[in-house]
Design a protein around this ligand. Sequence first.
Ligand SMILES: Nc1nc2c(ncn2[C@@H]2O[C@H](COP(=O)(O)OP(=O)(O)OP(=O)(O)O)[C@@H](O)[C@H]2O)c(=O)[nH]1
Ligand SMILES: [Mg+2]
Length: 489
Amino acid sequence: MAESKNPNQIVLSLISHTNVGKTALARTLLRKDVGEVRDSAHVTVVSEGYSLIEADGREALLWDTPGFGSNLAKLAKRLKSSKNPVGWILHQVWDRMKDTSLWCSQEAIRNISSDADVVLYLVDASQAPDTVGYVDLEMEILEWIGKPVLVFLNQTGRPNPERTASEENAWRDHLAKQPIVKSVATLDAFTRCWIQEHEVLERTGTVVEDKTKKKTATKLADAWKNRNVAVFDEAVSQISTLMAQSVCDSEKLTDKSMLEKVKGLIKTLTDRDPEFENVQKTMYARLAARTSTTINSLIELHGLDGETARKIAEHSQEEFAVRRDVEESIASALGGAASGLVVGISADLVHGGMTFGGGAALGAVLGGATTYALAKGYNLAQSDKNSVRWTENHFIQQLEFVLMLYLGVAHFGRGRGVWQDPENNPAHWEVCVHCLIEKNREAFVEIWKKAAPGKDDADKAQRRLEKVVRPLTVELLSKLYPAQKSVFE
Ligand SMILES: Nc1nc2c(ncn2[C@@H]2O[C@H](COP(=O)(O)OP(=O)(O)OP(=O)(O)O)[C@@H](O)[C@H]2O)c(=O)[nH]1
Ligand SMILES: [Mg+2]
């Protein structure tokens, strides 16, 4: 059957067995809540078309259609030898309430036959291809209609490259016998990354026959990429601003005599230092507020609703007083109650303090060294004679934490609903983010040094940070999605 008439328009129809996730994927791609999403058969009962993207007089339309029902598969079996099975189905009169399955199937078939240039057929990747018998029969119907089919795996769960590759291969093998299927890829309504989305239009450009339509699809794929990359650039800019504020943040200490400082240092062997307790609380409160504001802004920037709950939990104020032997990680600090907000005197300080406290080398703790040693147990570093700032390690860990949250936002599909903070992250994200941070550690330390009080202001630090954070994040997404890295070119 012919492609739609307007050569400047591309018409994509989302098709699948009912309840696989068409409406959820439409919401994710459109960045708005269209239709109804529910875990039940035949939730969508009429086809609806939406403008996916418009650019330079060209437009892509995305149709959300009712799902094929189980009765259709039975019907397809019966119609196999019929001369014009599609015509027969289209001319039947079924009752919408009594024969919902057939009524919905007919509505979807009508949409593909009369409107679609390309069919986006979704499969439920949580089920092995040979366990879902309806797929072969639905493919048979699509074959009768004759429009090119791009298969996308939905319901893949949390990103996992090995599992995704094996699921894609299983579906590719299973569908290899279907000439109408032009490609098999993954685009999960809940967990896709924005970097995968343009493939819908890019692949469409390779399968439509009309030359002008090919160009239309390719140009619209470019427009889609540009729009997503503009969002990416804005996200990088906001992350850099947040980190610049952190690297420039400092707190004044009260003037104390050297004797008081040394006494304070020795006292920390048994007690917490009240002044550093307060300074740290204030710095954490500011860090938590800034981080939440930025994450909320990233959530909105990515077309999502909701807010992060990731901030320093209120009861954590007390926990600062708990003595621990290890320096806390920023992830647990900002992670809230689950991981505990516990900051203690580092083993380092305890050992150093004991040596110094023994009196053997009291001179070594004079001057700035006392403030440094006192501050160290609190992830704070002396910034000038009488003020402290985050240590370079803590600052770098903050960035690691924020990049992990960024990945969460970049993968969260609107079809999943209101934003929820990730409970845990895919292990390969953690490894990738950590490696890239380590690779760029020197550059971050340099930025940290240059942002000491009296040197770079937050604007200057922001510009320096953006120059490192952007290529780092480009490399991060390119490593996670090697096939899509050309988005940044
Ligand atoms: N885990 C997971 N669940 C999904 C995904 N996409 C959709 N769902 C869930 O699957 C159920 C059906 O989603 P819908 O988008 O309503 O499915 P549909 O294909 O439009 O269904 P009909 O319109 O009834 O044919 C809902 O409970 C969704 O929350 C996904 O990518 N991952
Ligand atoms: Mg639906």
